[in-house]
Write a protein that binds this ligand. Structure first.
Ligand SMILES: Cc1cc2nc3c(=O)[nH]c(=O)nc-3n(C[C@H](O)[C@H](O)[C@H](O)COP(=O)(O)OP(=O)(O)OC[C@H]3O[C@@H](n4cnc5c(N)ncnc54)[C@H](O)[C@@H]3O)c2cc1C
Ligand code: FES
Length: 337
């Protein structure tokens, strides 16, 4: 049996086999719905069921609350239609024009930014452009078809290549290969752009950006894009790392701050080393944010990094009055095993 899915707004339909999730069916047919972990953990695929019924599947209460279910929301990576349905995906600005592509690309340059962070420049084929919004991510497609997600760290106005910041994961299959086997000129297969971790440009709210570790990657793309576009709202960038050497590209950030008036920067170290000579802020980014802004009701917050950091940031900020709908995030969940 198969069911029809109508995407609202617009006139796009696709089909889902019985027992298949909405995201699995969308990916199979090249339909660009946002998603992240594909495992009910991150909330990136959340959207509205306008008509029809679904089996909601198993998911983390951090990703979808009881209240959201009552308001008609579901996680499309877990939801399996039980009837024909109509859905309204959560879409970032101008996402309608974005086409998800599968492309080969060449590893043009590899650069160690910190002991555990490698910057990759991926060169796209000369005939191809990847149109994306700053903050989105791509999947690297492994030989057996499994995916590994990485955020695009350069803004869309730099055409022809993609910058990634790859953090080494203990025992990690792909990230281990990046540090131990990958060479310049290697060919990778990618899929993207994906996700909706993008700046809401229509909003007038002051912006707080929170990045931990390689969570800085999408934030770098977002800030560089915002500076080019002349976003005039106040932007407060809080950046967390363990030690000073993990605060890679710190000079680039200080360069932005010296160029524009509406950007403030607070690096925060959780475990500075004795010889770091660190006189800056200590602790976790979310605690630094609420220390500076005890009332967050007027802000919008963009958080990216480990799921632990994103979940802690969400809890801390909602407790200080941030409206839930103004907390945007990319939780760096693991890919399929
Ligand atoms: C939207 C998105 C954007 C991302 N952007 C970035 C980025 O810009 N930079 C970056 O560095 N990372 C990013 N990540 C995280 C990155 O995708 C993972 O770190 C990556 O998939 C690790 O791949 P791997 O093959 O090296 O590790 P794997 O081989 O998949 O796993 C590494 C280790 O974790 C364990 N593990 C695997 N799955 C689980 C699980 N479910 N629970 C507990 N342990 C598990 C394994 O046993 C192994 O020890 C992003 C993730 C998402 C979802
Ligand atoms: S919760 Fe669905 S993609 Fe992460």
């Amino acid at each position: 049996m198969r069911f029809k899915v109508h995407i609202h707004p617009g006139d796009r339909d696709f089909t889902v086999e019985a027992g298949e999730t909405l995201i699995d069916a969308a990916v199979r047919q090249g339909v660009p719905l946002p998603y992240g972990c594909r495992n009910g953990q991150c909330g990136a695929c959340k959207g509205k069921i306008l008509e029809g019924r679904v089996d909601y599947g198993d998911f983390s209460p951090h990703a979808l609350s009881e209240q959201e279910i009552n308001a008609g929301m579901a996680l499309f990576c877990k939801a399996k239609p039980l009837t024909d349905i109509a859905i309204e995906p959560r879409s970032g600005p101008a996402m309608q024009d974005i086409v998800v592509k599968k492309l080969p690309c060449r590893v043009e340059k590899m650069e160690l930014l910190a002991p555990e962070v490698m910057r990759l420049h991926l060169k796209l084929p000369n005939t191809e452009r990847l149109q994306y919004a700053a903050g989105q991510y791509i999947n690297i497609i492994l030989r057996d078809g499994r995916r590994r997600s990485f955020s695009i760290a350069n803004p869309p106005h730099e055409p022809g290549f993609i910058e990634l910041h790859i953090g080494r994961v203990e025992g990690g299959e792909f990230t281990g290969h990046v540090f131990n086997g990958m060479k310049e000129k290697d060919i990778l297969r990618i899929e993207g752009p994906l996700g909706d971790f993008t700046l809401r440009k229509e909003s007038a709210r002051p912006i707080i950006l929170m990045a931990a570790g390689t969570g800085f990657a999408p934030i770098k793309g977002i800030v560089e894009d915002a500076l080019t576009q002349g976003v005039h709202r106040p932007i407060y960038l809080y950046r967390g790392a363990s030690t000073k050497q993990d605060l890679y590209l710190d000079r680039v950030v200080r360069g932005w701050v010296s160029e524009v008036e509406n950007l403030e920067y607070a690096p925060v170290l959780s475990r500075p080393e004795a010889d770091d000579g660190w006189r800056g802020r200590r602790g976790y980014v979310q605690d630094a944010v609420v220390g500076d802004f005890p009332d967050l009701s007027a802000f919008e917050i963009y958080a990216s990094g480990s799921p632990t950091m994103v979940n802690a940031a969400r809890e801390t900020c909602l407790a200080r009055g941030l409206p839930r709908e103004h907390f945007y995030f990319d939780a760096f969940e693991f890919g399929e095993r």
